[in-house]
Design a protein around this ligand. Structure first.
Ligand code: PBG
Length: 324
């Protein structure tokens, strides 16, 4: 072969490299997650996620405007309620934090696509994603609460519903509840393959949602399993999911690839809080180049097969991409 074949020929100069590039990353591929909290004028730093904040609704609207201005079309909202209780009733409250945030965003930044995360862990005092009885996380009684939450988000004007709880049957329960109330056109993006991951640590600090006993291994997936991810995706699609997600992203690039190859629906991957923190921390110490590490991580997730990437770097990365 050598010296006839010289792959380096096509790497000579940025113009040619650009011409033969296989994967594209644009701001339109990104979804920006936000933590929304009660109050006014609040921009509370999240220590383990430098550069991320818990935002009151007014600040969220400003962030939403800036994010959209950078070309990022969509956000996903996580609520930090004023109070938590055993059931997680703040999740479906008519005047709940996410419901009010959705109303404000759709009124003030109507062009921004608003996705809501549906889960109970930010709203329960025990920090689990479902109803708890005698130390067990119950499945079926949780479905009703999730469906109620999803419906309240849709009623507030959410453009898409994203259940992240990993209860069995929740997509069907949510789909049925939405359809019954004439939200048949509201799509569901299911966190179909969500692993029990150490990389959610900083998020739990941000949302105050760490489980107060045990862990999430009885509902989130074992990181050792790949076939099971395909089964989870197949089940969620049967139940009516419109799009699916793999989470976390970088530790699961093989799963992203396998889901991409096995299914036809749009696929999202979530670059989670711990992935954000690792890159941020290393960059802060000068150990890696922040800009390059961010862009490389995102292109890798796209290359693995994700159509969309949820990332706390969304606005910053979009800025880099626009600057070229
Ligand atoms: C809610 C939820 C979590 C994340 C997204 N939705 C936390 C968890 O499952 O513990 C994690 C996102 C991140 O780490 O950035 N269940």
């Amino acid at each position: 072969m050598f010296p006839i074949q010289r792959p380096r020929r096509l790497r000579r100069g940025e113009v040619l490299r650009r011409m033969v590039r296989e994967t594209e990353l644009t701001p339109a591929d990104l979804i920006a997650p936000f933590f929304v909290c009660p109050g006014k004028g609040i921009r509370a730093p999240i220590p383990a996620m430098p550069g991320c904040f818990r935002l009151s609704i007014d600040e969220l609207v400003a962030e939403g405007e800036e994010t959209l201005a950078q070309g990022v079309p969509a956000v996903i909202l996580f609520g930090i309620p004023p109070r938590k209780d055993a059931e997680g009733s703040g999740a479906w409250a008519e005047d709940g934090i996410v419901q009010e945030a959705v109303r404000a965003l759709k009124a003030r930044v109507p062009a921004l696509f608003v996705i809501t995360d549906v889960c109970l862990c930010e709203y329960t005092d025990h920090g689990h994603c479902g109803r708890v009885e005698k130390g067990e996380i119950l499945n079926d009684p949780t479905l009703l609460l999730l469906a109620r939450t999803a419906l309240s988000h849709a009623s507030a004007g959410a453009d898409m519903i994203a259940p992240s709880d990993m209860m069995d049957g929740r997509v069907a329960a949510i789909r049925r509840a939405l359809d019954e109330k004439r939200f048949q056109d509201t799509p569901v993006l299911s966190y179909a393959a969500k692993y029990a991951s150490a990389f959610y640590g900083p998020f739990r600090e941000a949302a105050g949602s760490a489980p107060q006993f045990g862990d999430r291994s009885s509902y989130q997936m074992d990181p050792a399993n790949a076939r099971e991810a395909l089964r989870e995706v197949a089940m969620d699609l049967d139940e009516g999911a419109d799009m699916v997600m793999v989470k976390p992203a970088m530790p699961c690039l093989d799963i992203v690839r396998r889901v991409r190859e096995s299914f036809l629906v749009p696929l999202a991957a979530y670059q989670v809080s711990g992935e954000y923190s690792m890159i941020s921390a290393a960059a802060e110490r000068g150990w890696i180049d922040r800009r390059r590490a961010i862009l490389e991580s995102l292109i890798a997730i796209r290359r693995a097969g994700a159509d969309l990437v949820l990332t706390y770097f969304a606005k910053e990365a979009a800025g880099f991409l626009r600057a070229g």
